[in-house]
Design a binder for this molecule. Structure first.
Ligand code: TXA
Ligand code: MG
Length: 347
């Protein structure tokens, strides 16, 4: 599968139907194509073709027991994929789809077990991106797609980063520009009661609670009841830059003082700071990367900034923290997993 020529089709400014049809043909033929969604880029293949799905796991280096999300373009497409359709959640689907929400269903025979990592549930979402939706329609099949990054690396939010990871390994990348949301979809288990967030993401807990008053968050990702914050349900290494990243947990002023003191203490080391508040306070750092000034912006730029760390020639990096509410829950979830070490200044 190596040393293919990887073509990047530029769809940033013009929506070219022919190029999407060409991508759909590749999917139908059982191969893999990278495409944009509103969250992050996906590495897509025909979800119902086990050989095609196997290629996703191979090029990504993904453990075979980690299930994939199926992307469909309308609710009707879901019925054949599930053994039971929970009509009571249809209002939620209609309200929040297309969008960054993935729901778990009981799977039907039609979905190969390789796609669901051997589980009897299947994760499905309708992405909110015109290129993704057109690609699914043209391929006439649900598209299984994990985030388009090598296993363990930060997800890719633009075509350049997809190319960095999969150059020579996949035939085509559809370039739809920078993704709008920046973190992956929220994964919600509606097969169990109460409905439970398995992965915080693009749709916040606060938004979901308006539709599902009894919703809960999986213990290992819930900041209120998490018992060992250094390993929030970590099964695999995730989102990690090569640069050693230290997450600093505490209120804004304490974080800034701590980081600045460390930079002075570690005098000779080249230290980068991923800044979530005010970039001007870290004057002595080798490199200061402002991720964003509000949570939506931080969420949008987070993965790209984690990748930028590896473009810099720094020994290590500090990253600040934000409160774990609204978008902050997904942001901190990714940072806990990305970091090598966490420093708690508030406990
Ligand atoms: O925004 C997204 O969700 C992106 C875009 C491309 O749609 N996709 C994505 O896929 O993030 P991936 O494979 O990187 O993450 C899928 C997550 C994993 O944590 C996986 O374990 C979980 O969804 N998942 C998938 N199927 C599941 C299932 N049947 N039961 C429990 N978790 C499941
Ligand atoms: Mg992923």
């Amino acid at each position: 599968m190596n040393n293919l020529q990887t073509i990047i089709e530029d769809l940033k400014h013009s929506y070219d139907k022919n190029k999407i049809q060409q991508a759909a043909k590749i999917i139908k033929s059982g191969d893999v194509v990278a495409f944009p969604t509103e969250t992050v880029y996906g590495l897509g293949a025909d979800a119902l073709n086990p050989h095609a799905v196997k290629k996703i796991f191979a090029v990504k280096g993904r453990p075979s027991d980690n299930p994939l999300i199926l992307h469909v373009s309308n609710i009707k497409q879901i019925y054949p994929l599930v053994s039971y359709f929970p009509e009571e959640y249809k209002q939620l689907m209609t309200a929040l789809w297309p969008g960054p929400l993935t729901l778990l269903f009981k799977k039907s025979e039609k979905v190969p077990t390789i796609t669901t990592g051997g589980l009897n549930t299947v994760a499905i979402r309708i992405p909110n991106n015109p290129i993704a939706l057109k690609l699914i329609e043209e391929a006439q099949t649900p598209i299984a797609a994990p985030s388009a990054n090598l296993s363990g690396k930060p997800s890719a939010t633009n075509a350049k980063r997809v190319y960095e990871d999969f150059q020579g390994k996949i035939p085509l990348i559809l370039d739809g520009g920078k993704t709008k949301i920046g973190v992956e979809s929220t994964v919600l288990n509606i097969v169990i009661d109460p409905p439970t967030i398995l992965r915080p993401g693009g749709i916040t807990y606060e938004t979901l609670k308006q539709y599902l008053p009894n919703i809960t968050i999986l213990k290992s990702v819930d900041p209120k009841i998490r018992t060992s914050p250094t390993s929030p349900g970590l099964k695999y290494k995730h989102y990690s830059p090569n640069t050693r990243l230290i997450l600093v947990h505490g209120d804004k002023a304490t974080q800034e003082t701590f980081i600045n003191r460390e930079i002075i203490r570690l005098d000779k080391a080249k230290i980068a700071v991923l800044c979530l508040h005010n970039e001007h306070v870290h004057k002595r750092a080798e490199s200061v990367i402002l991720v964003g000034e509000d949570k939506k912006e931080i969420q949008k730029n987070l993965f790209e900034c984690l990748r930028k760390l590896d473009d810099e020639d720094c020994t290590m990096a500090y990253v600040e923290s934000v409160e774990e509410e609204k978008e902050g829950l997904a942001i901190m979830n990714r940072l806990y997993k990305a970091s090598y070490e966490i420093v708690y200044l508030d406990s």
